[in-house]
Ligand binder design. Structure first.
Ligand code: PEP
Ligand code: MN
Length: 267
């Protein structure tokens, strides 16, 4: 770890033996996680899944267990919709990724999740990370919106101590910058790539909160070395149940994927 990174921590020099001493599968192909912010029902599923299939995404994401910022936003444990989503995604030959926000719900979600997502608000829920680490599946870890690089790697190490395949996701910080909802850290992506072998993705949807910035900031993340990207897509973005301002039009997913490959060829 560089002196520069160590100057930005407190206490003994950080040490991540399970990250630095282990080799993680280096994916040759771009990792693409795409799907709606929230799964809204059968009609939406029927529109989205065929497009995800045509695009050949790595994981089809569909928010089901939402971590509402306010308790009144509680979306609850929607098992019916989770089953519908998983059935349609797997019928299409794709894999699901499902967010887990509560350690007590892992067993209920597990049959429908080909990969688990740990959201930004739970990045430091170490009990949850420890439990998920024992899964044989992929676990994506989103950086908390107030976490430093050192803290993010510390959280990642909880995953690397187990059996799962970890993937990191940069999704922006809460800062004084108010032209965006959260401010994506492109430098963090480059720093992570220079330090460890765990794949890292760019999430420019949450990392900006603005549809007009999703494409340029996704490409910026890829240029900085990201192994892929997460994107929220919707057939009718303005009417998304959640995160409408950052929803990318479903029919434009292929364009983003093509542009990403062009940037990868140039880097
Ligand atoms: C999400 O990807 O659905 C999500 C809630 O993101 P975050 O945890 O980054 O806010
Ligand atoms: Mn969202």
């Amino acid at each position: 770890m560089s002196d520069f990174t160590m100057r930005r921590t407190w206490g003994p020099a950080p040490c991540y033996p399970n990250i630095f001493n282990r080799k993680f599968a280096a994916p040759g192909k771009t990792i693409v996680i795409a799907g709606p912010c929230s799964v809204e029902g059968e009609e939406q599923i029927a529109k989205i899944v065929p497009v995800l299939k045509d695009c050949g995404v790595t994981f089809a994401r569909g928010g089901v267990f939402r971590a509402g910022t306010y308790p009144r936003d509680n979306f609850g444990l929607q098992e019916t919709i989770l089953k519908q989503w998983a059935f349609a995604v797997r019928e299409a030959g794709l894999r699901t990724i499902v967010e887990v926000i509560d350690i007590r719900e892992i067993d209920k979600i597990e049959p429908y999740a080909d990969a688990f997502q740990v959201g930004a608000r739970h990045c430091q829920d170490y009990a949850l990370l420890r439990e998920l680490s024992w899964s044989h599946k992929t676990v994506t870890l989103k950086r908390g919106m107030g976490m430093t690089l050192v803290e993010f790697l510390g959280a990642a190490e909880y995953l690397t101590r187990g059996r799962c395949t970890p993937i990191l996701i940069e999704r922006g910080s809460a800062t004084h910058m108010n032209h965006v909802r959260w401010d994506l850290s492109i430098s963090l992506i480059a720093a992570v790539k220079g330090m460890i072998g765990i794949p890292i993705l760019v999430d420019a949807c949450h990392g900006t909160g603005r549809r007009d910035l999703v494409l340029p900031m996704t490409l910026a993340g890829i240029a900085a070395g990201a192994d892929g990207f997460l994107i929220e897509v919707h057939p009718d973005p303005d009417n998304s149940l959640s995160d409408a301002d950052q929803a990318w039009p479903l029919e434009g997913l292929k364009t983003v994927m093509d542009r990403v490959e062009a940037v990868k060829r140039a880097r």
